[in-house]
Design a protein around this ligand. Sequence first.
Ligand SMILES: *Cc1c(COP(=O)(O)O)cnc(C)c1O
Length: 429
Amino acid sequence: MILFDSNYFTYQSNELYCESTQIKKIIEETKTPVYIYSKKFFTDRVEELNEAFSEIKHKIFFSAKSNYNINTIKIFHNLGCGIDVNSEGEIFRATKAGVEGKDMIFSGVGKTKEDIEAALKIGIHMIKVESFQELELINEIASQKNLVANIAIRVNPDVDPQTHPYISTGLAKNKFGISSSQVLEIFQKGKEMKNINFVGIDMHLGSQIKNSGPFVDGVEKLVELVNKLKNQFGISLSHLDIGGGIGVSYEPSEPHLNAKTIISDLVPIFKKVDCEIYIEPGRFLTANGGILATQVLFTKKNDMQKNFVIVDAAMTDLIRPSLYKSYHHIQPVDLYESETYVADIVGPVCESGDFLALQREISKCKSGDYLAVFSSGAYGMVMSSNYNGRRRPPEVFVDGNQFFIGRSRESFDYLIFDEKIQEKLHQKK
Ligand SMILES: *Cc1c(COP(=O)(O)O)cnc(C)c1O
């Protein structure tokens, strides 16, 4: 069996560690399932990106939706990153993590009046606008509050990111952004709005993009628009935002994709404009910095000689395999068994779609063993649910030989904390 190549999750005496902390020591305290993140991974990725951008004036905005624990947000903020938020709830989270409005930017195709009010209230650095109606609404709200809103237009550059259809966002047929052909007109109309101040132009092509091609095409379109806006309308923008989407490797045989492989092809294009470059990575900064540790409950074999490994983690904890058929590498925490077999690794939820891996080669395991589901640091915990009355798992942050519980397992009270028995409803007629 090939082991996942990681500098952050390694075996010492055949036992899995995160940095220099024993995974089993964490499990002893939290039980399973549990998310475990490496702070060093997060730190190294920011450094790697800053290095890729070293020639260019830039700022990283961590996309909080990939992993929104307030400790994760704080780690990235302390590393100099701003935060890309997607809702009033993420503004709340980032604020609780100590981030000020001037370090937040706001994404989303369907912002509500409340979202916009919350953003203006904290003095958000910039709101990305995805339709003319949204621009009008922001102008109206800002005018009532006697404020000027800093705005970027999110362009839909119609570029194929060559990724999973659910995570491609920059194609003409997708709901996101404004078509390039309408962008100039929107800037022109918005220029007349008293409470709108245009500061930038933005795109986000999709997620898990592994070569520079789509980025090159998209950035070239944005650069052309920036120059047109300046020359034809006298609108000069201070930043160009290339969105997130840098891909990561989920397979153990595939080496880590250095940020340079994508960014270095963009540097010459960035040099054609006088703008600060913004980037909004989520997955790249977090995915391979986390595992989901789970325990084997039972193993069984059916009539068709098919093996099942039933574990205590489910689609409610990590939905990516069920939702996108995503591959997550799974390895034992204790490497004691060299013989492998092929099995479906499934959770306890009452859905056949509840699996972590299908027909997967794995070391033979038995009830009580612990397994590590790799690459779970992005779009893991944030997409979890309480389906089947399951409590969300804890999140643990490792820093060298220390670990910190950044979120505990939900209590049973949490499951019903906003429900109330309405006595009148239950009165017998
Ligand atoms: C989801 C999202 C991101 C982050 O995407 P990743 O693929 O995780 O890097 C960045 N910007 C916007 C607007 C997004 O919706």
